[in-house]
Design a protein around this ligand. Sequence first.
Ligand SMILES: *Cc1c(COP(=O)(O)O)cnc(C)c1O
Length: 373
Amino acid sequence: MIRLTVPAIGDDEVDAVERVLRSGMLVHGAEGEAFEKELAAYLGCADVVTVSSGTAALHLALLALDVGPGDAVLVPDFTFPATANAVVAAGARPVFADVDPTTYNVTPATLRAAAVAFGGPGRLRAVVPVHEFGAPADMAGINALAAELGLAVVEDAACAFGTLAGDVHAGLAGDVGCFSFHPRKALTTGEGGALVAKDPGVLRRLRRLRNHGIEPSPAGLRFVEAGLNYRLTDFQSALGRVQLAKFDGYLEARAELQRAYREALALLPIAFPADAPGHAWQTFMVVLADGVDRAGVIAGLRSRGVEANLGAQCLHALDAFRELLPADCARLAGNTAERLYERGLALPLYPGLTQSDVAVVARALGETLGAAA
Ligand SMILES: *Cc1c(COP(=O)(O)O)cnc(C)c1O
């Protein structure tokens, strides 16, 4: 079976984790600090705060910006649900914005439309653009809209480590940026995540919220606010350090594979994602034509030894949000996010995938669509 994704774990990764396990220092050790420094050097920023997941990063970002009860937050209608779950966990209310049909990202126009349609209750306080599948969101336009509307900007770059958004890394354009290191992402620590922030005060707050609300002081530990435990372990950091050293190679391999797919699939009746400069290609999702039975396509691919899946969820179509926000969800019926949710097909993409695997996927998809037509 050609898998949708396989994390790149070799002997170096195993050795690094084993070394930490044998050291007896599983948390609060030197690996964690070193990983944060190396991430900051890679991204080109002063400081990075690692956390236990991308969802933890999003939750802390909202808490550190004092987004909470009575507040509303613009999020994409097409994303992994954690983007909106974190808003709910912070006590605020998500407001869904539609996405562009080829970048799969929110745009200044779709965000403005959602802000205009939003009639409360709650006060719009923040926007959380997602760089979906590693595609850079239009951060210049989104920052301009946020400034006009008085919103904080939290970038959900969970699947966009390595993405360039304009002339900076995704995550560095807004007030706070969030990354995930889940095995489904391009760089993995098992579970894990990281945060970057413009304001040193916000960074300091993120650091202490991650660690029970503790500020170190000469007199000992001070518990200055009700924080959480969202720390990354040292063996996860050790794994991340090995992955980071190879990361540019992973990015190149992904870019090459997506180009190979475009050639191999050129004659099929599918729509391709926009080939944006700076894209990190965490996922390669094509869009099937209307009327094609996607479940049948996924089953047909599986029977030919190829794993495929839907790309991301449409939040307004999920039980969790239909129950929470029935009027909003009803209003969004039939939008682009819903179409991408129903028609999107994510194909295998990971650095160990070969050109001949791409040819196998292309033949299997051609046969399956031929059979489905
Ligand atoms: C993966 C992902 C998350 C969640 O990250 P975890 O580390 O799994 O918690 C959030 N948002 C987006 C857009 C993602 O792709």
